[in-house]
Design a protein around this ligand. Structure first.
Ligand SMILES: *[C@@H]1O[C@H](CO)[C@@H](O)[C@H](O)[C@H]1NC(C)=O
Ligand SMILES: *[C@@H]1O[C@H](CO)[C@@H](O)[C@H](O)[C@H]1NC(C)=O
Ligand SMILES: *[C@@H]1O[C@H](CO)[C@@H](O)[C@H](O)[C@H]1NC(C)=O
Ligand SMILES: *[C@@H]1O[C@H](CO)[C@@H](O)[C@H](O)[C@H]1NC(C)=O
Ligand SMILES: *[C@@H]1O[C@H](CO)[C@@H](O)[C@H](O)[C@H]1NC(C)=O
Ligand SMILES: CC(=O)N[C@H]1CO[C@H](CO)[C@@H](O)[C@@H]1O
Length: 438
């Protein structure tokens, strides 16, 4: 009698667990949504026997070194394989994965290169994690067709150069993380097509050259981080292309606060959002000063024409695109263009090694603050922001301080992991209940 009363519970537990048949050894499988969790078990290959209807597959923290076609089924929605030792992803591994929404391949530091069609056809892909993968270059069409992508994590690789138009299909992209690479130039079409981009993180690179039109499509950008780069100058015209900008970080660059800086100085005076310090490193009488604090008298002998030298006489025109196409883009051949023949916001220079800077402490505090902010992630999850109207609402609070960058995926995953652990614990406690009752 007692037992019969608990039979439905028992069946429920069985259905929920799905453990006896069709779950790989050393993995945990459960339903709603159907999930296989094989994390942290020293797997050196993708285990056999993953149930074909699995929607979520967790394989992080193993030692998997190769991904092959048929390792996973095309119904997969979420696939985490971060922190393994993947050195190669065979072509067609993700062929036909039209349901895939999140693919985390981060922290596979020997990956180094990717085949150009690796991600083709992933029409639902929303988040792609490729941070810390030892990537030194990417095929120019690798992100082709990823029209649903909102989050692209490419930070902490060795990227030196981004081919023109490589992001041009990513009309829905809201977050592009490129910090901690070796980028040194941003060209006219590096970011073309990124009309929904909200956050562009480019700090901790070696950027010294920014094309005057580099940001031309980024009308929705609210956050731009350029700190810790090699910028000597940046024309206000570059930044004028960013009508939605709210947060700008320019600290830890070797700014030259002579006549070259006038256009940036003027732009900073007009800007109503939040900026970092802009510490001068030249000329000698300006070292240590903040460009934002300088007055007009600090720029003696700078003729107006000099301060407008970079504007190519468009400064009076309302539409900054009027001159587009007049000068050929240097990057059309797809290979690293050296600056020099075209319009630019910066001047190339001889590289000088960077010394310790005054605002270093300030800067790292900023970074920490940003990293610590997980507030907008705990409520509502990670995919429910950067709505088209959201930008407008937020712009009203222009001068209020806010930490801006959600933490790297680790924190997200920690959150999700907590839910996963909770559901596992729940199922286990149900089994225990059942056994105790028996
Ligand atoms: C994985 O391997 C490491 C060292 O090789 C060992 O310490 C650890 O216990 C192994 N983990 C499992 C789950 O077998
Ligand atoms: C990871 O892969 C690289 C390249 O194949 C190899 O040299 C390294 O020993 C591997 N590391 C581990 C922990 O297996
Ligand atoms: C882009 O994102 C919006 C929501 O932000 C969504 O409605 C739309 O389906 C997405 N995909 C494409 C291809 O625009
Ligand atoms: C700037 O970035 C480099 C790596 O590109 C890093 O080694 C250095 O510590 C960073 N400097 C500051 C002040 O953060
Ligand atoms: C702009 O430049 C053109 C030639 O490049 C010149 O003919 C014209 O006078 C200039 N306009 C202004 C307002 O400086
Ligand atoms: C307008 C402007 O600053 N143009 C500069 C672009 O870079 C070249 C060097 O490559 C300079 O000579 C130009 O003055």
């Amino acid at each position: 009698m007692f037992e019969r009363a608990h039979m439905p519970l028992f069946l429920l537990v069985l259905c929920g667990l799905d453990f006896s048949w069709s779950c790989p050894l050393n993995c945990i499988c459960y339903t709603t949504p159907s999930t296989v969790s094989c994390q942290a078990h020293n797997f050196s290959t993708v285990p056999d026997g993953i149930p074909p209807d699995s929607e979520r597959i967790f394989l992080q923290n193993n030692k998997i070194h190769l991904l092959r076609p048929h390792d996973f089924n095309p119904n997969t929605v979420t696939l985490w394989i971060y922190s393994n030792n993947i050195t190669r992803i065979e072509p067609k591994t993700f062929h036909g994965f039209t349901q895939l929404e999140e693919l985390d391949l981060g922290d596979n530091r020997h990956l180094r290169s990717l085949d150009k069609d690796t991600f083709h056809g992933l029409i639902r892909l929303n988040a792609l994690h490729l941070y810390h993968c030892g990537l030194s270059s990417l095929p120019s069409n690798i992100f082709r067709g990823l029209r649903n992508l909102q989050y692209l994590y490419l930070q902490d690789n060795h990227l030196k150069f981004l081919p023109d138009d490589m992001f041009s299909d990513l009309h829905n992209l809201s977050h592009l993380f490129l910090h901690g690479n070796h980028l040194w130039s941003l060209n006219q079409n590096t970011f073309r097509g990124l009309r929904a981009l909200d956050r562009l993180l480019l700090h901790q690179n070696q950027i010294e050259w920014v094309d005057r039109l580099a940001f031309h499509d980024l009308k929705r950008l609210t956050t731009l981080y350029l700190f810790n780069n090699s910028l000597i100058q940046l024309s206000g015209q570059c930044l004028d292309m960013l009508p939605g900008l709210e947060y700008l970080r320019l600290n830890d660059n070797p700014w030259s606060c002579d006549c070259k800086a006038v256009s940036l100085w003027e732009w900073l005076k007009r800007f109503r959002g939040s900026t970092s310090t802009v510490g001068c490193q030249a000329p000698s009488n300006m070292i240590g000063k903040d460009l934002k604090e300088l007055r007009k008298e600090d720029f003696p002998n700078c003729s107006p024409s000099e301060s407008r030298a970079q504007t190519n006489n468009m400064s009076g025109t309302v539409n900054p695109f009027m001159n587009r196409g007049v000068v050929g883009s240097p990057g059309n051949n797809g290979h690293s263009p050296r600056p020099g023949r075209t319009r630019n916001c910066t001047k190339p220079r001889i590289r000088v090694s960077k010394g310790k800077e005054d605002n270093e402490v300030h800067h790292s505090k900023e970074v920490m603050a940003d990293k610590d902010d997980s507030s907008d992630m705990t409520e509502g999850g990670k995919h429910d922001h950067t709505l088209p109207d959201g930008t407008v609402t937020r712009r009203k609070q222009k001068c209020t301080l806010r930490t801006t960058v959600r933490p790297p995926s680790g924190v997200l995953q920690a959150n999700n992991r907590a839910t996963l652990t909770q559901s596992i614990l729940y199922v286990y406690s149900m089994i225990l209940d059942y056994l105790v009752i028996r």
